[in-house]
Design a binder for this molecule. Structure first.
Ligand SMILES: NC(=O)c1ccc[n+]([C@@H]2O[C@H](COP(=O)([O-])OP(=O)(O)OC[C@H]3O[C@@H](n4cnc5c(N)ncnc54)[C@H](O)[C@@H]3O)[C@@H](O)[C@H]2O)c1
Ligand SMILES: O=C(O)CC[C@@H](O)C(=O)O
Length: 525
C-alpha cells in the first residue's frame, strides 16, 4: 500500500480521503533532518505553510510521486528540485481565496477603527472613547496590488463599501479591470493616491521588497498598508522605520519575512496589527484545501492526472480531457522513433497535424519527448521532467503544426536523429481509439503497434517476404501481422511485422544478410 506523510496539520477530511488509497502518517512539527530521515519510505507528501520542502528533502524522497500544498503559495517547496526529480507538485488555487480576501478586509477595517487596541483597552477595564477615533473607508482610495483571485474579491467587497479601487497588475487587461469596477493604474499613481494599500501578489524576484524605503517615500502620510500575501514583499525594516517616524499611518501584517515572527520591533508599535499567517485559517477554507489536495494525491497514486499541478505545463483538466486519447499515441510514437534512430538522439521534430495543430496540444510534444526518453530513463521520466531531461541531454526539440488533414482527423509525425541515422514515424487513432502506425520513413503503412516488432527497409522484389517469413519460422518466431509499404513498384519498400515472440539473439544479423534487405530494426513497445 502507498504511504503518505502529512507534515502540517490539515483538516481530518483530507486524511479520510487519502486513507482510501494509502497508509497516512500525520507527523507535524518535524525538523528538516527528521523529514529527510523518513521521507524515503513515502510515495506522497502533504503540507501547508509550516513545512519547508527543501532540495535535500526532495532528493531524499526517492519514492515520492507527488507533493501536495494545501493552499495556494508553493514558495515553501523547492519546485525546480521536485520537477527535476519528476515529482508532481499540486496546490489548491482557489480553496482559500475567500478566507484570505476576508482576512485582508478585516485587517483594513480593524486598522481604520483601532479594533484590536480598543478591545484590549475595554478588557483592561478602561473606557477610552476619545483615544480611538477612527477613519471611514467610504469614498477612500484602496490600492490593490495584484488583481488575481484574492485581489479581485477584495476589490469587489471594497467597492460595495463605497471605496474607489486603484489596481496595479501588469498581467491583467483593462477590460478585466473595468469589469471588476477597478481603475488600472501604474504603481507610481497607486502609491501616490491610495489611502489604503493591500498586497495580493505572489512572491517573485519582481515583488521582493516591492514596498521599501523608496516606494514608501511616494505614499501619503495617512496611508495604511495591508499585507496578507507573502512576507518579503514588504521590506520589514523600511516599514518599521516609516511606522516609528509616523511617515505612514499604519500597517496590518499577516505574513512576515521570517515565520514564525522572531524578535521584532513590530511588536512594540501601536499603529500595527499583527496576525500569525491566518489568512487561510477558516473552517471552510481548511476543508476546501484539504479536499482539493487530498483528492489530487489520491488520484495520482491511482495513476490518474492531477487537476492543479503547478509543474506540468498545459495539463489543465479541459485540455487533458481533449488530448487524453492522443497522449498514449504521442508517447508510443516517441518510443518507436527513438528505437529506430538507435537512442542517443540529438534532435526530435514533432509535427502535430490536422485537428492536433492547435496551441492546446503542447502536452503531446511533452508526451512524445517522454516516449523518446523512455528507453533510456524508464520510469524516471514523466510529464513533469521530460522537457528538462531532453534539454539537459542536448536534444533539440522542434515543434511544427500543420492543420491540413489527410486520412485521419489528427496525426502525429515524429522525426528523430540518433546513432542509427534519421528516422520518422507517423501515428494516428482509429475511431475506436486504437493506435495505427501510418507511415514509416515516409513509406505508407497501416499497422498497430505491438510488443515485439520488426521493421525492414528492403528492395521491393519477388520472394523477399517469403524469405523473411521462412527465416523467422526457422527460429520459431510467430508472425502476428505483416504489412509492406512502398512508393513505386520494385523500388525501395518497408516491411512492418508484429511478432508474438521476441527476436532471438543473432536473428537480426541473419535478416540483414538476406539479399535485397538494406536495413532491419527490432523494436519493443
Ligand atoms: N495569508 C494567507 O494565508 C494567504 C492565503 C492564500 C493566498 N495567499 C497569498 O496571496 C497571494 C495572492 O493569491 P491569489 O490566489 O490571489 O493569486 P493569483 O495568482 O490569483 O493572483 C496573483 C496576481 O498577482 C499578479 N502579479 C504577479 N506579479 C505581479 C507583479 N509583479 N505586480 C503586480 N501584480 C502581479 C498576477 O497577475 C495575478 O493576477 C499569493 O501570494 C498567495 O500565496 C496568502
Ligand atoms: O496553510 C496556511 O494556513 C497558509 C496558506 C496560504 O499562505 C496560501 O498560500 O494558501
Amino acid at each position: 500500500m502507498a504511504k503518505v506523510l502529512v507534515s502540517d496539520s490539515i483538516d481530518p477530511v483530507g486524511v479520510e480521503i487519502l486513507s482510501q488509497v494509502a497508509q497516512v502518517d500525520v507527523k507535524t512539527g518535524l525538523s528538516a533532518e527528521e523529514i529527510i530521515q523518513i521521507i524515503p519510505e513515502y510515495d506522497a507528501l502533504m503540507l501547508r505553510s509550516s513545512t519547508r520542502v527543501t532540495k535535500e528533502i526532495v532528493e531524499a524522497g526517492s519514492k515520492l510521486q507527488i507533493i501536495g500544498r494545501a493552499g495556494v503559495g508553493v514558495d515553501n517547496i523547492d519546485v525546480p528540485a521536485a520537477t527535476r526529480q519528476g515529482i508532481i507538485v499540486v496546490n489548491s488555487p482557489e480553496g482559500n481565496t475567500i478566507a484570505a480576501a476576508e482576512h485582508a478586509l478585516a485587517m483594513m477595517l480593524s486598522l481604520s477603527r483601532h479594533i484590536p487596541d480598543a478591545n484590549q483597552s475595554v478588557k483592561a477595564n478602561k473606557w477610552e472613547r476619545n483615544r480611538f477615533i477612527g477613519t471611514e473607508v467610504y469614498k477612500k482610495n484602496l490600492g490593490v496590488v495584484g488583481l488575481g483571485k484574492i485581489g479581485s474579491h477584495v476589490a469587489a467587497v471594497a467597492r460595495s463599501l463605497g471605496m474607489k479601487i486603484l489596481a496595479y497588475d501588469p498581467f491583467i487587461s483593462k477590460e478585466r479591470a473595468d469589469q471588476l469596477g477597478c481603475t488600472l493604474v501604474d504603481l507610481e499613481l497607486l502609491f501616490a493616491e491610495s489611502d489604503f494599500i493591500t498586497l495580493h501578489v505572489p512572491k517573485t524576484a519582481e515583488t521582493q521588497h516591492l514596498i521599501g524605503r523608496e516606494t514608501i517615500a511616494k505614499m501619503k502620510p495617512t496611508v495604511r498598508i495591508i499585507n496578507c500575501s507573502r512576507g518579503g514583499i514588504i521590506d520589514e525594516l523600511a516599514l518599521i522605520e516609516a511606522l516609528e517616524s509616523g511617515r505612514i499611518a499604519g500597517a496590518a501584517l499577516d505574513v512576515f519575512e521570517q515565520e514564525p515572527l522572531g524578535e521584532s520591533r513590530l511588536r512594540e508599535l501601536s499603529n500595527v496589527i499583527l496576525t500569525p499567517h491566518l489568512g487561510a485559517s477558516t473552517t471552510e477554507a481548511q476543508v476546501n484545501v484539504a479536499i482539493d489536495v487530498a483528492e489530487q494525491i489520491r488520484d495520482v497514486l491511482l495513476g490518474l492526472p492531477a487537476r492543479s499541478a503547478v509543474n506540468i505545463p498545459g495539463l489543465t483538466p479541459d485540455v487533458m480531457e481533449k488530448l487524453r486519447p492522443y497522449l498514449q499515441l504521442a508517447e508510443t510514437m516517441g518510443n518507436l522513433v527513438s528505437q529506430l534512430a538507435g537512442g542517443r538522439c540529438d534532435s526530435l521534430n514533432v509535427r502535430l497535424q490536422g485537428e492536433l495543430a492547435t496551441k492546446d496540444s503542447q502536452p503531446l510534444v511533452i508526451a512524445a519527448i517522454k516516449g523518446l526518453l523512455s528507453q533510456a530513463l524508464r520510469e524516471r521520466v514523466n510529464y513533469v521532467n521530460a522537457a528538462i531531461e531532453a534539454k539537459e541531454r542536448g536534444i533539440r526539440v522542434i515543434e511544427t503544426r500543420d492543420a491540413s488533414t489527410r486520412d485521419y482527423s489528427g496525426s502525429i509525425h515524429l522525426e528523430a536523429n540518433g546513432s542509427m541515422g534519421t528516422h520518422s514515424v507517423t501515428g494516428a487513432l482509429l475511431s475506436t481509439g486504437e493506435i495505427r502506425i501510418t507511415d514509416l520513413d515516409e513509406f505508407p503503412i497501416n499497422v498497430p503497434p505491438s510488443n515485439h516488432m520488426l521493421f525492414t527497409l528492403h528492395q521491393d522484389m519477388p520472394g523477399i517476404i517469403g524469405k523473411i517469413g521462412a527465416l523467422l519460422g526457422s527460429f520459431n518466431v510467430n508472425i502476428a501481422s505483416m504489412q509492406v509499404g512502398r512508393k513505386i513498384i520494385r523500388g525501395d519498400a518497408v516491411m512492418a511485422l508484429s511478432l508474438d515472440d521476441p527476436l532471438p539473439e543473432g536473428l537480426l544479423s541473419e535478416i540483414t544478410k538476406v539479399p535485397g534487405i538494406r536495413d532491419a530494426y527490432t523494436v519493443k513497445l
